[in-house]
Design a binder for this molecule. Structure first.
Ligand code: 1GP
Length: 231
């Protein structure tokens, strides 16, 4: 499966709607919305409305904190950054956000969020101790811990805009260890990269910034087909 990540702070709401529509047309399975630095409420809601008017796939919140929650979402990744050095990103923001999620009636989906080098902005903001790219055992350990905690999904994140994606050997090692679905994202900008990650065992391949490039929309089309062909 492929999912498209849209950061509401990166473009106008109308443009976000157009990107979502193209991704939807090419076969993306859901639109994830979130940004690593916290989002502004008004631009979030306008972006969500614009996307909702263009697509019928689910809209999933990918929050960096309580500001990323809105009743307009169909579901929310209730994520814990397992390899953060700060309790705030493991359980703190979550404790503040949980009652809000409940009051909005959105479906929370528990997720173990694991930052892999280089980690980029989200690694910095989340005060992560990124997993070294060669440390397959550590990545697998965190992923299995997520499963044992009862989380529903594991996300291996190299960071948005990363020059490299999570190594395929790491995806393979993690996939071998767990039985829950595995998401992989960060730095996937080509059909080849998407295929490699999917073949290594990613159940869901996430792309975000590829659409910001000049040839982004056609790249996105190829990426989505590569991921879906591999089913
Ligand atoms: C970020 O993994 C996602 O959380 C997407 O990364 O923007 O590099 O595609 P990119």
């Amino acid at each position: 499966m492929h999912m498209t990540l849209i950061d509401p702070d990166k473009q106008k709401p109308e443009v976000a709607g157009e990107i979502a529509y193209e991704a939807f047309r090419f076969g993306t399975s859901a639109i994830m919305v979130g940004g690593s630095t916290g989002v502004e409420r008004k631009s979030l809601e306008e972006t969500l409305r614009s996307i909702k008017s263009k697509v019928t796939v689910p809209l999933i919140s990918f929050p960096s904190g309580v500001s990323g929650v809105s009743p307009l979402f169909d579901a929310l990744y209730f994520l814990s950054m397992l390899n953060s050095r700060s309790p705030r990103h493991i359980t703190g923001e979550q404790a503040a956000g949980a009652p809000v999620v409940k009051s909005f009636g959105i479906e929370p989906i528990g997720m173990g969020y694991i930052i892999v080098e280089p980690g980029m902005k989200v690694g910095e903001v989340g005060e992560a101790e990124p997993i070294r790219r060669s440390d397959l055992a550590r990545a697998a350990g965190y992923a299995l811990a997520a499963e044992y905690f009862g989380m529903k999904l594991v996300y291996l994140e190299a960071g948005s805009g990363s020059p490299v994606h999570v190594p395929s050997e790491m995806v393979r090692a993690v996939k071998k260890e767990i039985t829950i679905p595995l998401l992989v994202g960060g730095g996937i900008r080509s059909e080849k990269a998407a295929r490699e990650v999917a073949e290594a065992g990613a159940d869901i391949v996430v792309t975000g910034t590829v659409v910001e490039r000049k040839d982004g929309i056609s790249q996105l089309k190829d990426i989505i087909s590569a991921v879906r062909d591999g089913r």
